[in-house]
Design a protein around this ligand. Structure first.
Ligand code: GLA
Length: 388
């Protein structure tokens, strides 16, 4: 579905639910990370791009000092008062709105009540940053309702804080940053310390990004995420560096006797993944596809063995990609996002897309008994106002 059609659908739903056309419509994209996984909260490098799948919010003011928001995805309606302090509450997804509104209030902005319909094409819990898209769409709505617009980095940080404080996930900055700042036909090489993005052109029509959804989400995901973050902080403390970004493999080797073996492996993943991300950005700009593929498989291997955030279904997809190989048009493949399910990202030669899509579906189903939805996406732009 195109963004225009999604926007129209949300406007219709709004009119049906609230009896008039929405005053505003805003959209924010999900993202897929090409490489640089679990490096953002270590002040490292990531290389995501926005996908052309969005969360859309159609809205208008109300006079109730209440948010009344209907999610077409879950069929639930959230209603809560905007009087500060806004508590956490139900349904679960309303916390993303609550957190972002609280963030604007903390900046001194007076937020009034509004009615909203939320519609999304980003699979929930699929590792494509559906929660960041909802936060960023909410922030974009509040900017048009109660302007002026925030500086983009400040907006991304406000959304990240909403996720920390209201959803209890100590995430890094990658997802919110991409949803705010992405540029069409480009990936973003983001230095998560300086928070400066460098645009990496990705406009070669001969190469396509496939996103293959395992269609599973293992329960471990959130608790294990927080645990990894703590393990990285422990490693940095023992290595006496501000963040793992500052450590080399030689430093790590030297400290090995003082490190718990698990913590050692976590740190090894982060240190090597940072280097792979920089190498990948260079390789993609040189259209060096064998090197791009090598780095993607190496990243997956490191996430599976050292960081231990993969799962059987993600491994199955990466093995299928490897077995099809360059002869059949596969450049490389790896898990993407936090892990424990969700999606794999696969770079392929565009002329093989049809055949490869069929093959992935067939082989994944044969191995796991699950159906894998497959999307392809060009790198899209960041959040925007569709009806100002
Ligand atoms: C989740 C988090 C991001 C990042 C990735 C792993 O998507 O929200 O900040 O840490 O996991 O790379």
């Amino acid at each position: 579905m195109s963004l225009e059609v999604l926007a129209e659908r949300s406007a219709e739903l709004f009119a049906k639910g609230f009896g008039e056309a929405p005053r505003w419509i805003v959209a924010a994209p999900g993202r897929v990370n090409l490489i640089g996984e679990h490096t953002d909260y270590n002040d490292g490098f990531v290389l995501p791009m926005a996908i052309d799948r969005y969360t859309v919010i159609a809205a208008d003011r109300n006079s109730l000092r209440q948010v009344i928001a209907h999610s077409d995805t879950t069929g639930e309606t959230a209603s809560f008062s905007v009087r500060p302090p806004i508590p956490r509450g139900t349904p679960g997804w309303s916390n993303y709105l609550r957190g972002v509104i609280a963030g604007f209030q903390a900046l001194g902005r007076k937020i009034g009540g509004f009615n909203a319909v939320i519609d999304s094409e980003i699979p929930y819990g699929g590792g494509l940053a559906s929660s960041a898209a909802l936060e960023v769409a909410t922030a974009t709505l509040l900017e048009v309702m109660h302007g002026p617009a925030l500086p983009p980095v400040e907006k991304a940080l406000l959304c990240q804080k909403a996720e920390h404080d209201y959803a209890g996930v100590p995430c890094g900055i990658m997802d919110q940053f991409t949803s705010v700042l992405a540029q069409k036909d480009h990936a973003l090489l983001l230095d998560c310390r300086s928070r400066t993005p460098q645009l990496v052109p990705m406009s070669d029509p001969g190469v396509t990004v496939l996103i293959i959804n395992t269609n599973v989400r293992h329960k471990l995901a959130e608790g294990e995420y927080a645990k990894r973050r703590t393990e990285c902080e422990t490693a940095a403390r023992i290595l006496q560096v501000p963040a793992l970004r500052d450590a080399t493999l030689a430093d790590l080797e030297k400290a090995r006797p003082r490190l718990d073996p698990v913590v050692f492996r976590r740190a090894r993943h982060v240190i090597t993944e940072n280097q792979r991300t920089l190498d990948f950005a260079r390789a993609i700009q040189a259209s060096d596809w064998p090197e791009v593929g090598r780095l993607m498989y190496a990243s997956h291997h490191s996430l599976r063995e050292d960081y231990q955030v993969s799962c059987a279904e993600l491994d199955a997809l990466v093995e299928i990609a490897r077995s099809l190989g360059p002869d059949q048009g596969v450049i490389g493949c790896r898990m993407t996002g936090g892990g424990f399910g969700g999606c794999a990202v696969c770079l392929i030669h565009t002329d093989a897309q049809r055949r490869l899509t069929r093959k992935f579906e067939e082989l994944y189903e044969a191995r796991t008994g699950n159906h894998a939805p497959i999307y392809s996406s060009r790198p899209g732009g960041g959040a925007r106002v569709l009806k100002p």
